[in-house]
Design a protein around this ligand. Structure first.
Ligand code: UN1
Length: 497
């Protein structure tokens, strides 16, 4: 199966059939590839090549660069099924979500194509006669992309599509758990580059296969102008200071600990559906997964009863076969989930679900029932992100208290409120409301569209990716003052003669 998908996506067998990096599918634990790990010398050469490619690419007019991204978007449209299925094989998310991830790539390509004609700066009034000021945006340099297993392709595309129209070259270090999808994306981009023609330099985009050390090498090399990294807060704690030490730039997309406030006036039918998708979808392995639910005390019993009912009806199993919950990525993820659940139990929590499910045809896969964990207090355990389908349910009395609990965690990615009370809704997204990068009303915390800026505050790392004015992160800003007069007045009225 993998071979025919890889063939459709244009990846030759020798690229994933021989090497030290063994890739298994979380669906049933079987091996799906072996890849060669790039040596430190290989990475050094790749960075040098990326620099050369950048020097050529930045000369191409931006709308023309957009044409390459348009062609790439076309490739993605043509190969959506195959790539979506490969995503499912490699990271275990259900096929609907694998396809959704590819759609997210197509969407960002469309956005980037339009943006390629809109890389605009400001004109600014000068205090001096016969002068004007403006702001120009120029290409930045080689961009290093480090991505995580749970969204193996979309976050790369958010960065890649914009970085390319902004005139940069790309170096991609995918998760060692999901390198096949990276090879497939590179192959589709190579096809687009071939169609685009000679103006695109060699090595415009390269994939670096490796483990932690490969990522570190990109992070530490001053030739890589920007590192955009998605992963754990622990990883970000190392990447951030390391890039800063060489005065490089970084975009960090780290852990989330996303909450929902469920107010007494909420439309409960909608809220229950939203909770289900955002808490158990992707087997709880999105950075935007709903992890904390604050229910108003007056509706807690009803909400819990309804949640337990919908949790028990959700189908868990092979993600290629129409189920709603696929496997966890590996046994470490399963162990982490179990250890948190047993600590919660010791703390007196009431737990529903959370057990492993064995499937005859997927014996080596880690399939779990999603867990509901009822707690009185937001304990230290709740403040920690566990990448698994665990939903902590707590109650609240006043909106102020709920907002304060929403904010009382180290992470600050996504948040939401379900209410039909306009005062509550507006308060939640006001300056005294949620402190997260994303705050939604009557929508769960996950599943963002690419048009907005995506990212969060505090331990989430502060980075923003995809829409809004995020393109500016992939360019350098230049302030220009132009004198078109015959005088040379100094700013601030200084006399120097
Ligand atoms: C991630 O989990 O790393 O908003 C990204 C969402 C998706 C992106 C998730 N659009 O859930």
């Amino acid at each position: 199966m993998i071979h025919s998908l890889m063939e459709k996506l244009g990846v030759a067998r020798d690229q994933y059939q021989g090497g030290d990096l063994v890739v298994t599918t979380p669906i049933d634990g079987s091996e799906i590839g072996r890849l060669a790990i790039a040596s430190s010398n290989d990475i050094d050469t790749a960075i040098a090549n990326a620099e050369t490619a950048f020097l050529a690419w930045k000369k191409i007019p931006a709308p023309r660069r957009g044409e390459l991204v348009r062609l790439f978007g076309e490739q993605l449209r043509q190969h959506k099924e195959a790539l979506g299925e490969l995503v499912t094989w490699e990271c275990g998310k259900i096929l609907q979500e694998g396809l959704g991830e590819v759609q997210e790539m197509i969407d960002i390509c469309d956005l980037a194509v339009g943006q390629s004609r809109q890389l605009f700066g400001l004109t600014i009034a000068s205090e001096r006669p016969g002068h004007h000021m403006r702001e120009s945006w120029h290409p930045l340099g080689p961009i290093g992309l480090i991505t995580a297993f749970n969204f193996p392709v979309a976050p790369w595309a958010w960065n890649a599509a914009l970085a390319l129209v902004c005139g940069n070259s790309l170096l991609w270090k995918p998760s060692e758990k999901t390198p096949l999808t990276a090879l497939a994306c590179q192959s589709l981009l190579d096809r687009a580059i071939e169609q685009f023609g000679d103006e695109a330099p060699a090595h415009l985009s390269q994939v670096v296969i490796g483990e932690r050390a490969s990522g570190e090498q990109l992070v530490e090399d001053a030739r890589v102008a920007l590192i955009s990294a998605t992963g754990s807060t622990r990883m970000g704690r190392e990447v951030g200071p390391s890039v800063a030490a060489r005065f490089g730039r970084s975009i960090l997309e780290l852990g989330g600990n996303n909450a929902m406030i469920l107010a007494p006036s909420a439309d409960l039918d909608m809220a229950i559906r939203a909770i289900l998708f955002s808490a158990v979808g992707t087997a709880g392995q999105r950075c935007t997964t709903l992890r904390r639910l604050f229910v108003h005390e007056s509706i807690k019993d009803e909400v819990l009863a309804r949640l337990k009912k919908s949790y028990s009806g959700v189908s868990i199993g092979n993600p290629l076969k129409g189920n709603l919950i696929g496997p966890l990525i590996d046994h470490q993820a399963f162990d982490a989930m179990q250890s948190v659940l047993s600590k919660a139990r010791q703390n007196g929590a009431v737990i529903t679900g959370g057990n492993r499910i064995s499937l005859a045809d997927c014996a080596e896969g880690y399939y779990v029932e999603p867990a509901l964990v009822e707690l009185d207090e937001q304990t230290a355990l709740v403040k920690h992100e566990t990448f698994a389908p665990i939903l902590y349910v707590m109650s609240y009395k006043t909106l102020e208290e709920a907002i304060s609990k929403n904010n009382d965690v180290p992470q600050g990615l996504s948040s939401c409120i379900f209410t039909t009370d306009v005062r509550e809704a507006e308060t939640f997204i006001s300056a005294v409301g949620s402190d997260c990068g994303i705050a939604n009303i009557n929508i769960g915390p996950s599943g963002a569209e690419i048009g907005g800026a995506f990212g969060g505050e505090k331990e989430t790392g502060g980075g923003r990716e995809s829409g809004s004015d995020v393109w500016k992160s992939y360019m350098r800003r230049q302030t220009n003052t132009v004198n078109y007069s015959r005088e040379l007045p100094l700013a601030q009225g200084i006399k120097f003669d």
